[in-house]
Unconditional design. Structure first.
Length: 127
């Protein structure tokens, strides 16, 4: 894939693999924190908790508030981890490319030095 193929009309990079959707990321993180708040369950909560008392509802809402705060922390940690992995890979790729470039330059310089030495030797023997 060349660079012009790597940009979508929305201006976002198109990758050769599927990135999880926001829903998938949310559900994966929230399922570990508060399973009742995953997207498939949220629509069922009103019916499930219809008979709860105002006090029970208040306690549940506080639990959900804490769950959303925990989700924000988990999401931040996840994005920080992803960013670190991508940055590490980028740095390693650049380091590898630079090393390969230096190797090529060294080989080219060695070949030039050999060619110059051979040319000088030829001129010296001809003189």
């Amino acid at each position: 894939m060349n660079m012009s193929d790597a940009v979508t009309t929305a201006g976002q990079a198109q990758l050769p693999f599927r990135i999880p959707t926001g829903k998938e990321i949310y559900d994966a993180l929230m399922a570990k924190i508060e399973p009742e708040l995953v997207t498939e369950v949220i629509p069922t909560l009103d019916a499930k908790y219809a008979p709860e008392t105002p006090e029970e509802n208040q306690a549940r809402m506080q639990r959900y508030e804490q769950a959303y705060a925990s989700y924000e922390k988990a999401f931040q940690a996840w994005t920080d981890g992803l960013r670190a992995v991508v940055n590490d890979f980028r740095k390693n790729a650049m380091t590898s490319a630079e090393a390969e470039s230096r190797k090529d330059e060294t080989n080219t310089l060695s070949q030039l030095e050999s060619d110059i030495a051979a040319s000088s030797a030829t001129q010296t023997t001809q003189a």
